[in-house]
Design a protein around this ligand. Structure first.
Ligand code: SAM
Length: 317
């Protein structure tokens, strides 16, 4: 814990150990958070090394500035969305980098700060924006989306089997009074999910719906594929990308982007000569890594984590 910012980094050794290849290199942490991974990276770099840290959350930026204040390498901290990686690196004058890290999703600090509205455990305004400069809040989604749109995001982003029914209950409830708080939403979800199902399930009935609304509010999945590809584009030959994912939806997107970039020709089988011209850009560094039982015991948030590592191929002549 530092400056009131609490977040335990997931798979820190495996992630940073797998990412770093040179002490004098340029490394980008696209999801700084409380700078747990970033501090580890910075501590390994020489004074010639450069750490670029990005986060869209102002509280994370403040915590990271404090935490990285005394490291000996060069540090640039950028309050922005990693979807803008191209322009961020262009502004900093560092188009080619040696490593990029994504530790996706929300930090414990965001969840635990009740007034941010991420948690179904605390009553607060329905907000859920990681970047509070952005206009779309969870409240707007819950009150303005059609029943069909709500059902779709609950199904796609929450994998919630009662999504259709919950959407119908929300639309009924908001006819009476707008849904402005997390407690109102939790109450509606609890009424929509049958009692027997609630009793039988081991998670909170609101968990999946809150995840879905958070993903939608922050467009977490919509920007992922292009951001991973942009990061790979900026890697020097031999440079590495490390991605930590926390649920099957984001992992599917990351896996499919990395695997596609690790393939050569993607023509349909049977063509006599290659027509796609697709070049292999990456070498996958093993299968997805998972945290050990000890780590999960100490940090339950690590339970669903998967670490994917890949290396940029040398350029073909
Ligand atoms: C899991 S935390 C990172 C924790 C960090 N690795 C550590 O060890 O302390 C994820 C962070 O990424 C940020 N984030 C998520 N999506 C982002 C995006 N599209 N652009 C910039 N930051 C993002 C969140 O605001 C949050 O602070």
């Amino acid at each position: 814990m530092m400056g009131g910012f609490h977040h335990v980094s997931v798979m820190p050794e495996e992630t940073v150990g797998g990412l770093l290849t040179t002490r004098d290199g340029v490394y980008v942490d696209c999801t700084l958070g409380g700078a747990g991974h970033a501090l580890r990276i910075a501590s390994e770099l020489s004074p010639e090394g450069w750490l670029i840290g990005i986060d869209q959350d102002a509280a994370a930026i403040a915590a990271a500035e404090e935490r990285l204040g005394a490291v000996s390498c060069r540090v640039s901290i950028v309050h922005d969305n990693f979807r803008n990686l191209d322009s961020i690196l262009e502004r900093l004058g560092s188009s080619a980098v040696d490593g990029v890290l994504f530790d996706l999703g929300v930090s414990s600090h965001q969840i635990d700060t009740a007034e941010r509205g991420f948690s179904y455990m605390h009553d607060a305004p329905l907000d859920m924006r990681m970047d509070e400069r952005q206009s779309r809040t969870a409240e707007e989604i819950v009150n303005m989306y059609s029943e069909a749109e709500l059902a779709r995001i609950f199904r796609e982003y929450g994998e919630e089997r009662w999504g259709k029914r919950i959407a119908a209950f929300i639309v009924e409830a908001r006819k009476e009074v707008p849904v402005r708080t997390t407690a109102q939403l939790v109450d509606i979800i609890c009424r929509a999910v049958p009692k027997a199902v609630r009793r039988a399930s081991n998670g909170h009935p609101a968990k999946r719906v809150f995840q879905a609304i958070r993903i939608e509010a922050n467009d977490e999945l919509g920007i992922l594929d292009a951001s991973i590809r942009a990061a790979v584009h900026h890697l020097r030959p031999g440079g590495r990308i490390a991605v930590l994912t926390f649920h099957s939806l984001e992992d599917r997107i990351v896996k499919s982007a990395l695997h596609e970039m690790a393939r050569g020709c993607i023509c349909p089988p049977g063509l006599p000569v290659c027509a796609c011209g697709h070049k292999r850009e990456l070498r996958l560094l093993g299968k997805a890594g998972k945290p050990g039982a000890d780590e999960v015991r100490g940090n339950p948030r690590a339970k669903s984590a998967k670490l994917r590592l890949a290396e940029k191929m040398p350029e073909e002549r």
